[in-house]
Design a protein around this ligand. Structure first.
Ligand code: DGP
Length: 125
């Protein structure tokens, strides 16, 4: 089955420069910017510039160069935000996918959250 990418999603519009963002880091293949509705002192979204819906889509269809750039960018953001473990107190990475993952914006993004203790990963159902 193929993945359907909707090029009218908000992050596609950010990548085209149609709506503003607060950029933390930009590389050849990736963009990191602050979440509009931060849920922790550090709340940065990292997205690939390519048209990928979710992490599984990216993992199966992106080039090695895009994947390396994306993972390195996530690491650089952790460092720049002071949450990396060699200098800070840690962080959580979340990537929601699809309806069960409660993904609101259908362009792959990793949330990097930190700056305070974040509690347990999931509330008990
Ligand atoms: P998710 O539920 O994983 O799809 O998270 C989408 C996130 O995107 C959510 O934390 C809020 C954020 N968001 C929504 N619209 C905008 C926007 O226009 N700009 C920015 N910077 N973030 C947005």
């Amino acid at each position: 089955m193929s993945y359907n990418y909707d090029d009218q999603n908000i992050f596609a519009k950010i990548l085209r420069g149609e709506i503003p963002n607060t950029t933390v880091l930009e590389t050849e293949h990736s963009l990191a910017f602050r979440d509009l509705y931060p849920q922790a002192p550090t709340h940065v979204l990292v997205i690939p510039k390519g048209a990928y819906v979710s992490f599984d889509h990216f993992a199966s269809a992106a080039s090695d160069a895009e994947i390396a750039d994306y993972i390195r960018t996530i690491g650089e953001v952790c460092k720049a935000e002071g949450v990396a473990l060699n200098a800070g107190q840690g962080f959580r990475m979340i990537s929601n996918a699809g309806s069960h993952g409660v993904q609101e914006v259908p362009h792959l993004h990793v949330h990097i959250l930190g700056g305070r203790p974040l509690g347990r990963m999931l509330a008990k159902a």
